[in-house]
Design a protein around this ligand. Structure first.
Ligand SMILES: [Zn+2]
Length: 313
């Protein structure tokens, strides 16, 4: 995904590739700076598109298929690449146990925001989703749960009326069926194209979680890279248990905005999952490959506690 479109062109030309990239036509003094850049460029050209991905953390070239098999985690430095909602659900739930809910809910352009309908339909085509969250009932280990998983590739995982409504219905289904809720977040925040309607989702989802909690049911929130703004300031930060993936960036406003506003240096590691664990906002950092096992462990704990509460005496 990191490699770009030049590779297709280069495939047939490999044998006639010049040893040194020719200087650009207007390069009057380009000999002063050229060699390093051009050699790096020609090396890159030999990598076929879609087969290899460069790890942004350790710079190792990773075979795409192996990366997929490893749940998009670098085998060398454990960097967690973004993963799609469907792949994530597949990695967590028991085979064939997931029943998707409200899959057809789709956003409308209430505010006549320029280009919003076109954006929605183009993202629907490119991702195959109707909006930025998938919800449904499934089983993790022996536990039936209400599961919501956001996908950053749909308009930055932004929360509009559909994301809020789908999550609220999911939480309400959890409440009425007596199930724990697990929501895996990744989002840039509320969806600006829906203005106030997107901000209302913050209160709506939290109110539904309030009723869920009143029924003494557990809610586990899992924060993945990146989780920001209106999502972080609502349902993502009110879990009975808040987990995060390693290295995830989590916050309200981004670090650059905070730095510019406060005019002060930010501490090292600011807004990383590790920083927030140290400062008490999250309860545990769980590598992606251990997530299922850990969820089973926590769900065991919650269901045991619930049985004890229900027992007479
Ligand atoms: Zn790596």
């Amino acid at each position: 995904m990191a490699t770009s479109s030049f590779t297709k062109k280069s495939l047939g030309l490999e044998s006639v590739e010049p040893a040194v990239t020719p200087p650009p036509a207007n390069a009057g003094t380009s000999f002063l700076k050229k060699p390093k850049l051009s050699s790096a460029k020609s090396k890159k050209k030999e990598i076929p598109e879609g087969l290899w991905v460069k790890c942004p953390k350790c710079s190792t070239m990773l075979y795409d298929k192996e990366l997929d098999e490893n749940l998009k985690v670098c085998q060398h430095c454990q960097h967690h690449f973004p993963i799609g909602a469907r792949e994530r659900i597949h990695s967590l739930v028991e085979t064939c146990s997931f029943e998707e809910t409200d899959a057809e809910l789709s956003s409308v352009d209430l505010l006549n925001f320029p280009s919003y309908p076109e954006k929605i339909s183009s993202y629907q085509k490119s991702t195959g989703f109707k909006d930025a969250v998938i919800t449904g009932i499934g089983k993790i280990g022996p536990h039936k749960i209400a599961l919501g998983v956001m996908d950053f590739s749909f308009l930055g995982g932004s929360m509009g009326a559909v994301v809020g409504e789908k999550l609220t219905r999911l939480i309400e289904a959890g409440t009425s069926k007596g199930l724990p809720v697990v929501i895996i977040s990744t989002s840039g925040g509320a969806r600006m194209y829906e203005g106030m309607f997107s901000l209302m989702q913050m209160a709506k989802t939290c109110a539904a979680l309030g009723y869920h909690a009143k029924n003494k049911l557990a809610y586990i929130s899992i924060l993945t890279h990146p989780t920001y703004a209106g999502v972080m300031a609502s349902f993502a930060s009110v879990g009975d248990l808040i987990l995060a993936e390693p290295g995830a960036m989590i916050g309200f406003a981004g670090p650059r905005v905070i730095k510019d506003t406060t005019q002060s240096e930010l501490p090292p590691g600011f807004q990383t999952a590790e920083f927030l664990l140290e400062h008490g906002l999250i309860d545990s950092i769980v590598p992606r490959k251990e997530m299922k096992e850990r969820l089973v462990y926590y769900l065991d704990f919650f269901s045991h506690a619930q049985k004890q509460m229900a027992a007479p005496g």
